[in-house]
Design a protein around this ligand. Structure first.
Ligand code: ADP
Ligand code: MG
Length: 818
């Protein structure tokens, strides 16, 4: 169990103008402090003007120039490490709207370097998984949004098709042990970093899509991105489950200052209410005497229950905007942070037993025990010994009894049945002996039986067994005699044949001077014989000596190949690469990176093919709706895009993706080259080793004894190429992640533009409804600041169209709404 207070960090959002009202001190070893010094006139109307200076303590304060990487390293990495070790963790960002909560937790959309805590943590976790091959990790992700006290699943595929209000609500259920369960919140498995990132982007996009001008859900909701980790050592029945909540809270802005009404006021009330309950929970937790903690008052506190004063390592980031008009909000954020800092959490290791694994283990144990028991009780599981076993056992007992050595032993093994049978055998014997003795004493001493005459000292049983033995020997002898007879007959036949042949030879030597032409006889036969013998001899020596040498050869070779293989596992991998992998079609155990190289060449040209394969497909679906626009609307949309302020971001992203893709292509070509070089070197090395192995056989030298500079040089070259290969693969992986991230960012910007267009279009449409030909009530200009006149002039093709839109425009409009 680890006990610690909630860690509090401060992060100051960069301001345009330098501000002298605050100062940061990170030098103090006990923690950092953030001071606000407010001149009286400045404080007027904003802050309580009775005080001029405020001092707040933090673990560390990140000044305006802090990079996202610093935030990750200092805040998120330690939490991620504890989650990997099996503890729960939570990081939440608290601050007013616009102070940088989303930027800190998720990241900015403009640059790869702006990646926030979530993508960096996911990347880090998967990196750690890959380093620890002795443990099996599984990751699931859930993404919950709480808006107006109602929970929504951001990973729900229905998100982009329905209005937020129509989506199923996530419900809180509590079990008998007061554990919280969330119904309707999906848990999606992420097998790799890419999948996890896609889930994040899918959730973020869904969050954006669900937002309407009437609900400002994206800034006025709490978002909880949860990573569920399961960690298990192969073969072990225990597993560790841990959760990491990454929370982007709604803006903490106070209602009184914001001057809202209607829906926005409702939202603000809810936000304030849930943050108020959060504060109450925090206050209750910091008061030791309080036994009741009001977690149930709001959905947020219910969900975060185990992260607040529960089993969790919790960290809070107070995001602060220190420009003049936000000072009082920042001070109130700091005050909140000070209260949070008082809470103590007790994080315990979440170990549990997997019942399925446990049962499997127990079954295995039972089996082993049964086997042991069987050995102890005798090999056979049957109740009785078989006849064969009994016979053998009796032979053993007889041998034991007949052994003249008084110390001779009878070894039965740990078999109870055998022991019992032996005892009953002894008993039988004793009884037999007793009866015999009894009979002997009754019978006249004159020997009437033959056996008794010849073997007066032997028992009838002994005589019987001797008789049996004699019978067996007789049988054996008669069989042997039969065999001998047969052999003799064969030998006789051979002699007869030989004499016939000699006669024949004599005859032919008289008539045929060239007897060697008779096939199968004479020298020819001798030739064949010698040949045969030679052949046999050679085959003998092959199976003997030569085969041994060959075997040695083969084993040396295989040893060498083994060495080469172990030296160049890469080349081994290359060898096992199916040829089609070069087309990028291989899925499976091949190095991910390599597969990635080829997918690069195919789909990383700034298009979203890859995204559509993953969860992002849903995002893409949403995008595709753009193509279903009517011609006029489509045209307007195209112009809208051109003028949109985010268009530059799109262009920048595209350029960057192009650049990175080109870089990746060059790298992959380089990789291919290196791979070929390694394959070639490997071949040479094998050749060389085979040659030297052969040579060593010739000179009768054990192979591998002599130092071979050529071989050493080849190995060195392979080693060098491997280093190049590894670093290229690393770079390629980084490039791939970056490109994927950029593509997702691009996608998000696209969705945003489309949403902006839709918003603007709806606005125009509603104003059009009051439009009549000739009337002067015109279109609104576009709400955004980004050059609307250009859009209008090009869409309406003429200055007068500002008030008189063309007929096709109206047609298209009605089409869109039908
Ligand atoms: P919040 O989520 O708290 O409402 P955001 O994270 O959306 O605020 O930030 C508001 C704006 O300020 C965004 O455009 C964001 O990119 C920018 N921003 C916030 N913090 C930083 C920072 N540390 N560096 C650069 N830009 C930032
Ligand atoms: Mg935000």
């Amino acid at each position: 169990m680890v006990q610690q207070t909630i860690q509090i960090f401060g992060r100051i959002k960069p301001t345009g103008k330098p501000s002298a009202v605050f100062s940061v001190d990170n030098e103090d070893p006990t923690g950092a402090s953030l001071d606000f010094l407010l001149p009286r006139d400045l404080s007027d109307g904003f802050v309580n003007n009775k005080r001029e200076s405020y001092k707040f303590r933090f673990k560390k304060v990140f000044d305006q120039h802090a990079k996202q990487e610093d935030i990750f390293e200092n805040i998120a990495r330690p939490v991620a490490d504890s989650v990997l070790a099996g503890f729960n963790g939570a990081i939440f960002a608290y601050g007013q709207t616009g102070s940088g909560k989303t930027f800190t937790i998720t990241g900015g959309a403009e640059r790869y370097a702006d990646r926030g805590i979530i993508p960096r943590t996911l990347s880090y976790l998967f990196e750690r998984f890959s380093q620890d091959s002795s443990t099996v990790y599984t990751m699931h992700i859930s993404y919950l949004e709480i808006y107006n006290e109602l929970g929504y699943d951001l990973l729900d595929p229905r998100h982009e098709a329905s209005r937020l209000e129509d989506l199923p609500k996530v419900l809180i259920m509590e079990d008998a042990d007061q554990n919280i369960h969330l119904r309707n919140l999906s848990l999606q498995q992420a097998a790799n970093e890419e999948e996890a990132l896609n889930l994040l982007f899918l959730g973020d996009t869904n969050r954006m899509i669900a937002e309407t001008p009437l609900n400002q859900a994206s800034t006025r909701s709490h978002c909880i991105f949860t990573v569920h980790l399961c960690r298990r050592e192969p073969g072990s029945a225990t597993l560790q489950r841990s959760k990491l909540h990454l929370v982007d809270l709604a803006g903490s802005d106070r209602v009184s200052k914001t001057g809202l009404n209607g829906v926005l006021l409702t939202e603000a009330k809810y936000i304030n209410l849930s943050l108020h309950f959060l504060e109450q929970v925090i206050l209750a937790l910091s008061e030791r005497s309080r036994s009741h903690i009001p977690y149930r008052n709001s959905m947020l506190t219910s969900v975060l229950r185990d992260s607040l004063g529960g089993n969790c390592m919790t960290t809070m980031i107070a995001t602060l905007a220190v420009d003049k008009r936000n000072l009082d909000e920042s001070i109130s954020t700091c005050r909140f942070a000070q209260r949070v800092a008082l809470i103590k959490n007790e994080a315990i290791l979440n170990e549990e037993l997997d019942p399925v694994l446990l049962i499997a283990h127990l079954k295995e144990e039972i089996l082993t025990l049964k086997k042991q028991l069987a050995t102890m009780m005798g090999e056979q599981k049957d109740e009785q010994l078989t006849a064969d076993e009994m016979l053998k056992l009796e032979e053993l007992i007889e041998a034991f009894l007949n052994d003249p050595d008084p110390d001779g032993t009878l070894s039965l093994g740990p078999a109870m049945r055998k022991v019992q049978h032996s005892f009953s055998y002894f008993k039988r014997k004793i009884l037999e002996k007793q009866t015999e003795r009894h009979q002997c004493s009754q019978q006249p001493p004159a020997a009437t039986r033959r056996e008794d005459v010849y073997f007066p000292h032997m028992s009838p049983v002994d005589v019987n067994s001797l008789k049996e033995m004699l019978q067996q020997r007789d049988n054996e002898i008669s069989i042997l005699v039969k065999m001998l007879k047969k052999e003799k007959k064969r030998a006789d036949d051979a002699v007869v044949q030989l004499s016939r042949i000699t006669d024949c030879q004599k005859l032919s030597s008289q008539s045929l001077p060239n007897y060697s032409t008779v096939p199968g006889f004479g020298d020819g036969m001798a030739d064949t014989l010698s040949l045969n013998r030679g052949g046999q001899a050679s085959s003998e020596s092959l199976t003997g000596e030569e085969n041994m040498e060959l075997g040695e050869d083969v084993s040396t070779l295989s040893k060498l190949t083994g060495q080469v293989a172990s030296m160049c596992p890469l080349s081994q991998q290359l060898k096992s690469t199916p040829p089609q992998s070069r087309d990028g079609n291989v899925k499976g155990h091949q190095e991910d990176q390599r597969v990635k190289v080829y997918t690069f060449q195919e789909s990383h040209e700034g298009n979203m093919n890859q995204l559509s394969l993953n969860h992002g497909g849903q995002v893409l679906l949403y995008m595709k709706k753009g193509s279903q626009l009517s011609a006029g609307k489509q045209e307007a949309f195209e112009i809208f895009i051109k003028d949109h302020e985010e268009q530059q971001i799109i262009e920048d992203h595209k350029q960057l993706i192009k650049k990175r893709s080109a870089e990746a292509r060059t790298l992959s070509e380089q990789l291919n080259q290196v791979r070929n070089t390694i394959a070639e070197l490997r071949k040479q090395l094998q050749m060389r080793r085979r040659q030297s192995a052969a040579q060593s056989v010739e000179v009768n030298h054990p192979p591998g004894e002599k130092f071979d500079p050529v071989e050493e040089d080849l190995c060195e070259q392979i080693r060098r190429e491997k280093i190049v290969y590894k670093s290229a693969i690393g770079r390629l992986k980084a490039l791939s992640t970056e490109i994927e991230h950029l593509q997702l960012l691009l996608e998000r910007v696209k969705v945003k533009i489309q949403k902006d267009f839709q918003k603007w279009w709806t606005q125009e449409a509603s104003s059009l409804q009051g439009w009549e030909p000739g009337a002067t009530a015109g279109f609104h200009t576009r709400p955004s600041s980004s050059g609307t006149p250009g859009l209008w002039s090009s869409v309406s093709r003429g200055a007068e169209a500002d008030v008189n839109p063309p007929s096709e425009w109206r047609y298209n409009f009605s089409q869109c709404h039908s």
